[in-house]
Write a protein that binds this ligand. Structure first.
Ligand code: ATP
Ligand code: MG
Length: 399
């Protein structure tokens, strides 16, 4: 199923260095077989609730991070009563076209291909296209538990340095094995001291690698987020981001072996509690990121609107940092959030992204959009897992 693009969208046909030109969804969520072409740097996906708007952004998110924030099982991503889903993307990079294919199965493993060639390691697929997603779920960055902030830090790090995904997996594997041993010990088993020493060292080694990267990321993203926050809030508010690792360390003044030694010593001190609880109490799996506005914890500070400003500042900082490090801006995926931002905040967002950043926006209504969006965007109507040019979806074209 292919559809013609509207003429105003073609007029906007700008080429970015990395540009998602089209998507093809097969049996993905509520899409049967749908091609979506994206000729304009801005695309607005308009539709009622439960029509497939977020599903489309989720497909892009999967291609960029190999993860969905809405579910952890591929079974849910495959269209009901089908066994196999496929997401294909055509991406232009410096005017050369690349095909990315992600196959998902309701039972069984995923497979990845780039330009027809199978890709075995996630790290070789990640980094082909980057994206910053901003949805109502992101308010949890302020209100939610530390795991939400850790996941965000990890997601940004994967985009900056795809090999981080391997470091994260290594750490998680070691942690799981160490926790299993601690549970055995709690249930009356006894560990040999050689076993304990090995796992403590492995955890401290792998954990230190994550902690140093997270600390460096916060160091780099802090001034950017501070700048955006100050600009959007009109200079009244000062945002501070501070790394709160479980292991006390000063990342910039200590070398990795000193951090590992502190990590190891903390584990020894907490050993009785770890055995009593059957779980590891020390390490980056318990890190947090502290956010303060004018020295007050952001969680307990301010209105929903102020918390939204903070999250917008974090997202713009993320976008800017990825662009600085990778040389190309990431895609920006805005799920249902634009209509919630007042015109002042939309203005900051628009000035930050201009036409440089390819943006996909979902909404149920266009009423509160800044006119600049409507002038330059391709507007698509999403209805029951099918996509139509907006003009054809309305009996009376938008005026
Ligand atoms: P809202 O405005 O409420 O956010 P939306 O347009 O973003 O709506 P989506 O979350 O994209 O909605 O799509 C939800 C629809 O997709 C629901 O109708 C749901 O039943 C359907 N859906 C989700 N997963 C599958 C699946 N695996 N197979 C078929 N349909 C699915
Ligand atoms: Mg949605």
């Amino acid at each position: 199923m292919h559809f013609p693009v509207s003429s105003h969208a073609q007029a906007e046909d700008r080429r970015n260095p990395v540009y998602l030109r089209s998507l093809h969804l097969r049996h993905f969520r509520n899409y049967g077989d749908q091609i979506i072409t994206l000729p304009s740097p801005k695309t607005i996906l308009l539709g009622d609730n439960a029509q497939g708007k977020t599903n489309l952004l989720e497909a892009v998110e999967l291609l960029t991070t190999l993860k969905s924030r809405r579910c952890s099982r591929d079974h849910e991503l495959v269209q009901t009563s089908h066994g196999h889903a496929q997401i294909t993307a055509t991406v232009d990079r410096l005017a050369v076209s690349h095909d990315l294919i992600l196959d998902l199965r309701s039972t069984g493993r995923r497979s990845l291909r780039v330009n027809g060639y199978p890709v075995r390691r996630q790290v070789d697929f990640l980094g082909q296209v980057n994206a910053v997603m901003f949805s109502s779920l992101d308010l949890q960055l302020v209100r939610g538990g530390p795991e939400v902030r850790r996941d965000w830090l990890d997601d940004v790090l994967i985009q900056l340095e795809p090999v981080y995904v391997d470091l994260l997996e290594t750490y998680r594997r070691i942690l799981k094995q160490r926790n299993a041993l601690l549970k055995t010990e709690r249930e009356g088993g006894s560990l040999s001291s050689a076993e304990v020493t090995t796992w403590d060292h492995e955890l401290a080694h792998a954990g230190t690698r994550l902690m140093r990267r997270r600390a460096r990321l916060i160091e780099r993203i802090h001034p950017l987020a501070h700048h955006w926050h100050q600009a959007i809030s009109g200079g009244q508010e000062a945002l501070t981001l501070r790394y709160k690792p479980q292991v006390p360390f000063s990342p910039l003044s200590q070398d990795p072996s000193a951090i590992q030694a502190t990590f190891w010593a903390e584990m020894q001190a907490k050993r009785p509690a770890e055995i009593a609880l059957g779980t590891s109490l020390v390490g980056p799996h318990r890190d947090d990121l502290e956010m303060q506005i004018n020295q007050v914890a952001a969680r307990s500070y301010g209105s929903q609107g102020q918390q939204r400003t903070l999250v917008l500042a974090l997202k713009l900082a993320e976008l800017e940092l990825i662009e600085q490090v990778q040389g190309d801006p990431p895609l920006l995926l805005l799920d249902d959030v634009l209509a919630e931002l007042d015109l002042h905040r939309q203005d900051h967002l628009l000035n930050a992204i201009q036409d440089r950043v390819q943006t996909l926006v979902t909404t149920t209504h266009l009423g509160s959009f800044d006119a600049r969006w409507l002038q330059s965007a391709q507007i698509l109507q999403v209805r029951q897992g099918q996509i139509y040019p907006a003009a054809a979806a309305f009996p009376h074209p938008l005026d």
